[in-house]
Design a protein around this ligand. Structure first.
Ligand SMILES: Cc1ncc(COP(=O)(O)O)c(C=O)c1O
Length: 379
C-alpha cells in the first residue's frame, strides 16, 4: 500500500532528536527552528518528559473516559495555575481541529445560535466546522461550506460592527487566533480585541480564542491574548501542550454548565497523553521557559534587525515572522540545505515563520542567525 500523497516532503528522514537538534539516517545534524509546526515546546526528548512517559507506560497507558483518571485532574490543576485560569474547566481532546470543533459546538449549545464570525487569514483546523472558519478556499470542500460562517477582514472594526448589526441575535461565536500563525504571524490590534470583548458581551456572543499555536508560553505570556485585559469564554489549546504527543483541549469559562454526554471522545485525556501534558507544564514552570521565550525572542530580533531584504519582523516571544521583500521559498531552502536549519513558511509567501522550542539557547539561536545572515548576504 502507498501513502495517500498529500504532503510535499523534504528529502530528510530524521531518526534521532535531542533538545533543538535532529539527526537524519546519515547522522547529519539539523537545528530545529520550527518545532515541527510549533509542537516541540520543551525540546525534543527532554529527559524529564521521557522519564514521565516511560513511567506511565509501565503503569497504564489507556482506559476510556468511563473511569476516574487522576492524571486529568492533575493536568487541569497545573494548567489552571500556570495560565491564571483557575476558575475555568478543562475538556481534553486530541488535536487543535478537535478543540476548535468542540469549542464551536459548545458555544452553540450554550446560546442556541448558529452563525460564527471568523477573520481573514485565519487557520483553525481542517475538520468540518474548523475548516469552515479557516480562510483558505483550497482546503474548504463543498460539504464544509455554509453561509452561517461569516468572514470579517482582520483588524477591520467597522466591518465587525456592521456584521454584528446585520446578523443581530444570530451570532453564536466569534473565533480568533491569539496571534495568527499560518497567516504569517499577524498580531491583532488592541482595538480589535477590545471591540470583540465589548460586542461579544453586549450581544451574548461567545468569544473563542484559538491559542493552539500562540499558547503554552510561546509568546512570553502563557497565552498570547494575556497581553490584553481580556478573558475569552473559550480558549483552545493543542500543539505545544504535549511536546509531540497528540493532545488538545478547551479551557471553558464558569458560565458554561457541563452535562453528561454534551461532549466526548474516545482517546481524549488518555493516561499517556496526560503524562505528556503534565511533564510539559512541569518543565515550562521549573525551567522558566515563558521568560526564556521572550528573552531569546528579543535576542533574535535585535540580531537580525539590520539584515538585508527584511521588510518587517513581527514577534512576540518565540513566535516570530520575518517578512522579506520577496518570496522566501528559495531562502528557506538554502537555510535548510546549506546550513541544516529547519524553518517554517506561512500563507504569505514572503514570510519566514520561526517557532523554535521554548528552551532554545542564545548559542543555538546564533546558528540560525548566522545561517540567515549568510543566505541573505549571498542571495
Ligand atoms: C491556530 C491553529 N488552530 C488550529 C490548528 C489545527 O490544529 P491540528 O493540526 O492539531 O488539528 C492549527 C494548526 O496549525 C493552528 O495553527
Amino acid at each position: 500500500m502507498n501513502l495517500f500523497n498529500v504532503y510535499p516532503l523534504f528529502n530528510i528522514n530524521p531518526v534521532k532528536a535531542e533538545g533543538s537538534f535532529l539527526w537524519d539516517e546519515n547522522s547529519k545534524k539539523y537545528l530545529d527552528f520550527y518545532g515541527g509546526h510549533a509542537v516541540i515546546s520543551i525540546g525534543h526528548n527532554h529527559p524529564y518528559y521521557q522519564t514521565k512517559l516511560k513511567e506511565q507506560l509501565e503503569k497504564i497507558s489507556f482506559y476510556s473516559n468511563s473511569v476516574q483518571n487522576h492524571l486529568q485532574t492533575e493536568l487541569a490543576e497545573k494548567l489552571g495555575e500556570i495560565s491564571g485560569y483557575e476558575d475555568y474547566s478543562l475538556f481534553l481532546c486530541n488535536s487543535g481541529a478537535e478543540a476548535t470543533e468542540n469549542a464551536l459546538k459548545l458555544a452553540s449549545f450554550h446560546n442556541g445560535k448558529k452563525k460564527v464570525v471568523y477573520f481573514s487569514g485565519s487557520f483553525h483546523g481542517r475538520t468540518s466546522a474548523a475548516v469552515s472558519v479557516t480562510d483558505n478556499p483550497k482546503i474548504v470542500a463543498p460539504v464544509n461550506f455554509s453561509e452561517r460562517f461569516i468572514k470579517c477582514e482582520w483588524n477591520n472594526i467597522n466591518q465587525l460592527n456592521q456584521i454584528f448589526q446585520d446578523h443581530k441575535n444570530e451570532i453564536s461565536a466569534v473565533i480568533i487566533e491569539g496571534i495568527q500563525g499560518v497567516g504569517g504571524i499577524i498580531l491583532p490590534s488592541e482595538e480589535l480585541i477590545f471591540s470583540l470583548k465589548k460586542l461579544c458581551a453586549e450581544n451574548e456572543v461567545i468569544l473563542i480564542m484559538d491559542e493552539v499555536q500562540s499558547g503554552y508560553g510561546r509568546t512570553g505570556n502563557f497565552f498570547a491574548h494575556q497581553e490584553f485585559d481580556i478573558q475569552p469564554d473559550l480558549i483552545t489549546i493543542a500543539k505545544g501542550m504535549g511536546n509531540g504527543f497528540p493532545i488538545g483541549g478547551i479551557l471553558i469559562s464558569p458560565k458554561f454548565k457541563a452535562s453528561n454526554g454534551l461532549l466526548g471522545t474516545t482517546f481524549g485525556g488518555n493516561h499517556l497523553a496526560c503524562a505528556a501534558g503534565i511533564a510539559v507544564l512541569d518543565v515550562i514552570k521549573n525551567e522558566n521557559l515563558i521568560d526564556n521565550a521572550e528573552k531569546i525572542g528579543s535576542y533574535i530580533e535585535n540580531k537580525i534587525k539590520g539584515f538585508p531584504n527584511i521588510k518587517e519582523i513581527r514577534r512576540r516571544g518565540l513566535m516570530i515572522g520575518i517578512e522579506l521583500d520577496e518570496p522566501c521559498a528559495e531562502i528557506r531552502k538554502k537555510i535548510l540545505n546549506e546550513h541544516h536549519v529547519f524553518t517554517g513558511n506561512s500563507s504569505n509567501p514572503n514570510v519566514l515563520r520561526l517557532l523554535p522550542a521554548l528552551n532554545i539557547t542564545e548559542k543555538e539561536a546564533d546558528l540560525f542567525i548566522n545561517a540567515l545572515e549568510s543566505v541573505l548576504q549571498n542571495h
